[in-house]
Design a protein around this ligand. Structure first.
Ligand code: RUQ
Ligand code: CUA
Length: 647
């Protein structure tokens, strides 16, 4: 058997279609088989990458459960199309219907994922979103000013005191029209700390730290002893602004920036922060009005390291590090130098000692550079090619992905020896162990998030599916047990025991708590109101009809708002609403919720509307008509349900 497994490990990737799939272990099928009617053990939240959304999967089955719309409009749910969620996508650039989302990050309490919220970054228009895991809806989005390519984001601290955001692309500070070759003088990098209100989850930018113009790539916060610190990798310490693949790859070492955020809090309290003009959107979805609002914020607090001793230190790290990951004890800080031969692990204890004895190697812009030999805690030698990210199993091992050699490598914390390696298919980026970046990992499974799938799936034209691979890591050796496709590029993913989500899951919105300004809490409250050329339809749905379902007196050029309240008070009974000639999308209204579709009729006639979600045996009967008359007509406004001549 051992021989067979070993053979399997050598054979994969030969490119021949097989039904068992290369490197599968012998009992893999039974390990991932979740029988019909059975539930998965974990939720996996995977970033949708350039889809701007989050995909929710079950583990170990790999079954897709849901797509949560976050940064991109989603016609399936009307997100970004209905009036209530449009404000969620407002930014300082106006309405932005798309983003590139990379890192889902679960909220934590005492260093353990708590199932309350998941955060995710938008790269292109720098933003962080918070999704409420009782409803799986985007509850809040905050824009990050003085930033470009919000990549080192939104990693959390041990009690979700903060989620952080570091700028990948340094930009002129403040943003202005300057020659690009003045990069070194005029550009800056900011690291932002976004506070999270412990009960409501409400986000606010507490402060930004102004740093030299490098590319700040990834981040992770300390825990245990290192609680109070957050670590950010940087590359392009060369400060190049053209042909980066060459010019930003020259230095032997770049830096990990260690930020003491407890110290930062003291400096902010002491009035050391500069209040800088800024312009950024803060969008909040209110669950009782079922409506999002967008507020523009006008200032941000900025701390300068030169004015705040002890706030930031640079840890030299070979070479163009990508991921930075902190082990469950908080002692080890792993910097994955993409171009380095070895994997460098810094020691928090040594870092503190080096700070104490001021073991510095100069400084940059007021940030002391710690001596490499004084902070390095260990080196995993020649582990593979192109390390990117590390997670931990809570049993003393780190698992690092290697993009170029396309493998996951397991190594031991403290002795730094490599104990196992398994191929990935192909070119793995991030990986996920449930709780693998927390104090309390569930080291049972590992998910590899791959960039390339080549011959792993049936071809689908020029673009092939994205993919994740599941490994059983409960034994000494990792065992690949499943491939499953994902939607969009799954940059990073996080997983959590299902029980932590299930116990908080909402089944419907209580109708008596509905505070939507245009709600109709029963069919008696339905009506149609004209205000100039604005017509408001207060409509309800219940299996299997709309009230009203006949509407007359609307005119060409009107703006008709269908405010549809779903009166159902039962789990899993949404109704849909679509009307012919609409130029946006449908509504999909959850039980107890009110949503609004704007319809601007351009032609005379009688147009049908109907329910889009197959809700009952008489779903096909769930339909109605709206009559549109000429702009100058005298057709009176009438509406009704089951009346011959409505009035
Ligand atoms: S990245 S493959 Cu956008 Cu997190 Cu590392
Ligand atoms: Cu309501 Cu179909």
């Amino acid at each position: 058997m051992a021989l067979l497994l070993a053979l399997n490990a050598i054979l994969p990737g030969c490119g021949k279609p097989t039904s068992t799939g290369g490197a599968l272990g012998d009992d893999a099928a039974s390990q991932v088989y979740v029988a019909p009617g059975q539930l998965d053990e974990f939720y996996l939240f995977a970033s949708g990458g350039f889809s701007g959304q989050i995909g929710v999967y079950g583990l170990p089955s790999g079954r897709l459960l849901r797509q949560i719309p976050v940064f991109s409009v989603d016609a399936e749910k009307g997100y970004g199309f209905n009036e209530e969620t449009k404000p969620m996508l407002n930014t300082s650039y106006g309405f932005v219907p798309w983003d590139d989302a990379h890192h889902p990050e679960l909220s934590q309490t005492n260093g353990q994922t708590d199932g309350r919220w998941i955060f995710i970054n938008g790269n292109n228009t720098p933003r962080i979103a918070r999704i409420d895991l009782s409803t799986f809806e985007t509850a809040e989005i905050i824009e990050i000013p003085n930033s470009g390519g919000n990549h080192s984001s939104p990693f959390t601290t041990e009690n979700t005191e903060y989620v952080v955001a570091g700028t990948r692309f340094s930009v002129p500070y403040p943003q202005k029209d300057v020659a690009i070759n003045t990069y070194a003088e005029n550009f800056k990098g900011t690291l932002s700390f976004i506070s999270v209100e412990p009960n409501s989850g409400r986000m606010d930018i507490a402060f930004q730290v102004l740093l030299p113009a490098f590319d700040y790539d990834l981040a992770h916060s300390g825990k245990g002893n290192s609680h109070g610190w957050t670590f950010f990798t940087s590359y392009n310490t060369e400060q190049a602004s053209t042909l980066m693949e060459v010019n930003a790859s020259k230095n032997d070492k770049d830096y990990i920036a260690a930020v003491n955020w407890k110290k930062a809090e003291e400096y902010v309290k002491a009035g050391k922060a500069r209040e800088i003009p800024a312009n950024y959107a803060h969008n909040v979805y209110d669950e009782s009005t079922h409506t999002g609002t967008s507020t523009m914020k006008k200032t941000v607090k900025v701390l300068l390291p030169s004015e705040c001793p002890g706030l930031v230190y640079f840890l030299p790290t070979p070479k163009s590090p990508h991921g930075v990951d902190v082990d469950p004890t908080g002692e080890y800080i792993v910097g994955s130098g993409k171009l380095a031969a070895d994997l460098t692990v810094h020691s928090f204890t040594k870092m503190m000692a080096a700070i104490k004895k001021q073991a510095f190697d100069g400084e940059v812009d007021g940030v002391p550079i710690l001596k490499y030999e004084e902070v390095v805690g260990g080196v995993v030698t020649k582990p593979g090619l192109g390390p990117l990210h590390t997670e931990f199993d809570g049993k003393g091992y780190g698992y690092t992905t290697f993009f170029i050699s396309s493998e996951v490598v397991k190594w031991k914390l403290g002795t730094w020896e490599v104990v196992d390696r398994q191929p990935t298919f192909y070119s793995v980026g991030h990986l996920c162990i449930p709780g693998g970046d927390s104090k309390n990992p569930d080291g049972k499974y590992l998910v590899a998030l791959n960039k390339i799938t080549k011959d792993r799936y049936l071809p689908t034209g020029p673009e092939l599916t994205q993919s994740a691979q599941l490994y059983d890591i409960s034994g000494d050796k990792m065992k690949m047990i499943l491939d499953f496709p994902t939607i969009g590029e799954p940059h990073y993913a996080q997983a959590i025991p299902a029980s932590r989500i299930v116990e908080r899951s909402k089944k419907f919105y209580k109708i008596e708590e509905n505070k939507h300004p245009y709600r109709a809490l029963g069919e008696k409250e339905t009506k149609v109101v004209r205000e100039g050329n604005v017509v408001r339809v207060y409509m309800t749905t219940i299996r299997s009809h709309f009230a009203p379902d006949n509407i007359e007196g609307v005119k060409v050029g009107d703006k008709v708002y269908f405010h549809v309240t779903n009166l159902e008070q039962d789990w899993d009974v949404p109704h849909g609403f679509a009307v012919q000639g609409a130029t946006n999308a449908e509504l999909l209204i959850m039980p107890g919720q009110t949503e609004t579709l704007l319809w601007e009729p351009k032609r005379e006639g009688v147009f049908p509307f109907y329910c889009t979600d197959f809700c009952s045996a008489l779903h096909q009967e769930m339909q109605g008509y709206i009559r549109v008359s000429a702009a100058n007509s005298n057709t009176p406004l009438k509406w009704g349900l089951n009346v011959k001549d409505p009035s």
